[in-house]
Structures are given as structure tokens and as C-alpha cells.
Ligand binder design. Sequence first.
Ligand code: CTP
Ligand code: CA
Length: 225
Amino acid sequence: EADIKKKLPLVNKKVLVTAGPTYEAIDPVRFIGNHSSGKMGFALADELASLGADVTLIAGPVALKSKYNSIKRIDVTSAADMLTACLDNFADADACVMCAAVADYTPAQVATQKIKKTEDHFNIELKKTTDILKTLGAQKRDDQVLVGFALETNNEELHAKEKLQKKNLDLIVLNSLNDSGAGFKSDTNKVTLIDRNLNKTVYDLKSKTEVAHDICLKVTQLLTK
Ligand code: CTP
Ligand code: CA
């Protein structure tokens, strides 16, 4: 049994992972999206499953496939859909890794018909979406582990620490867009992990699979201590 625990340390642990972008509808044929590929979130779901976890993957619109059939996938489109799926599944989870690139703003109104081009200038009013991670942080129990991401271009560490505290996280994965080879479309990533005691670990540039492995080691430590 000690052997199984070593190889599959997350057996009987339920982990929720979000991945990919969200699409915010403007009208029936148009949306506001972002360049998230979903690769990091899918790599995390695969890695967690390989460690024995019971994984639920909430995926925005991406064409990726998971490595394991055991991963339960919930496909969503918008930030509002993702919020609903997260709220439906969070209470049951031992850990949640919020990797999705959730839209911060969504059109205030969605046109029911295709918008026709008329004026030379055209504005779309946007309203803030609900911060899913912050919502989950506010309802997190002591026995749950919550992991967020931070994508920054400047004052990276300060901003990441602020997000960690504001959203009541146990761990934040800082992605700096200043690091070459780190980013949306890339197969590699360079991250810094900061835990709730503000302990910081800086990692080298690696494949997203290897980065997922590093993150999952930390999550395993947090879940099994
Ligand atoms: N996030 C979320 N819900 C949102 C926006 C972001 O759950 N509506 C989550 C992301 O999945 C990520 C974390 O919050 O895990 C940080 O996202 P990021 O875009 O770096 O930070 P924001 O809090 O959105 O702040 P800003 O974009 O202004 O830097
Ligand atoms: Ca954001």
C-alpha cells in the first residue's frame, strides 16, 4: 500500500481543473476571445490523472483531447458558463486549479440578430465578468486547496502576491510574458510558484508537460500534508 501511495499519491482525491479561453458573444456570429491554447490546463489535467486523481476538466473552446478517458470533461463557452460549471463542482473537489484564461469583460448586451455595418465608428459596451477564482476563494473550506494563475507583464511578483491574497489562494503560478518561450501558443513555459506563506520557487523554461509535473508536485504536497 505504501508503494501505491508513492506512485499514485492522489488516489481518492478529486481535482477540478479549468483550461482554455472563454468566448464572449457579441451577436450570433461574433465573439470576443483570447489566444489561450488550453495546452497548460490539459497538461495539468493529464498529470493529475497520472498521479491517480479523479479529475474533472472544465474546458473553454479548444480542439485538444485528454490523454486519459478517466478525465471527466465539461465543455463551456463563456465566462458565465465556466462560473456555473465551477460552482456546480467546487464543493465536491479536494483541489481546484484555475488555469483558464477567463475573459475579464463581456458585452453588456448580446444582439439577437447579426449586427450590420452602418456607422464608421462602432462601440461595444462591456461589463465586468464575475471573478471565478475569487468567488471560489471566498467559499473555500480549510480542507480544500485552491491554485490560481497570474499572467503579468510588469511588477510580476508583486501583482501575483496581491492576487494570491485577494483571492484566498494556497498557490499561485506566475507566468511572465517577458520570459521568451512562455506564453499562449507555445509548447514551453517558464513559471514561478508562490505559496500562501509567500515562499517562492523559480523554475527554468520547460515543456508544458514538465511544468505541469512541477505544479502537481506542489499540489500533491499541499493535499497530502
Ligand atoms: N480568473 C477568474 N475569473 C475571471 C478572471 C480571472 O477565475 N473572471 C482567474 C484566472 O483563471 C487566473 C487568475 O484569475 O487563475 C488570474 O487571472 P489574471 O488575468 O492574471 O488576473 P485578473 O485577476 O483577471 O486581473 P488582471 O487581468 O487585471 O491582471
Ligand atoms: Ca484577467
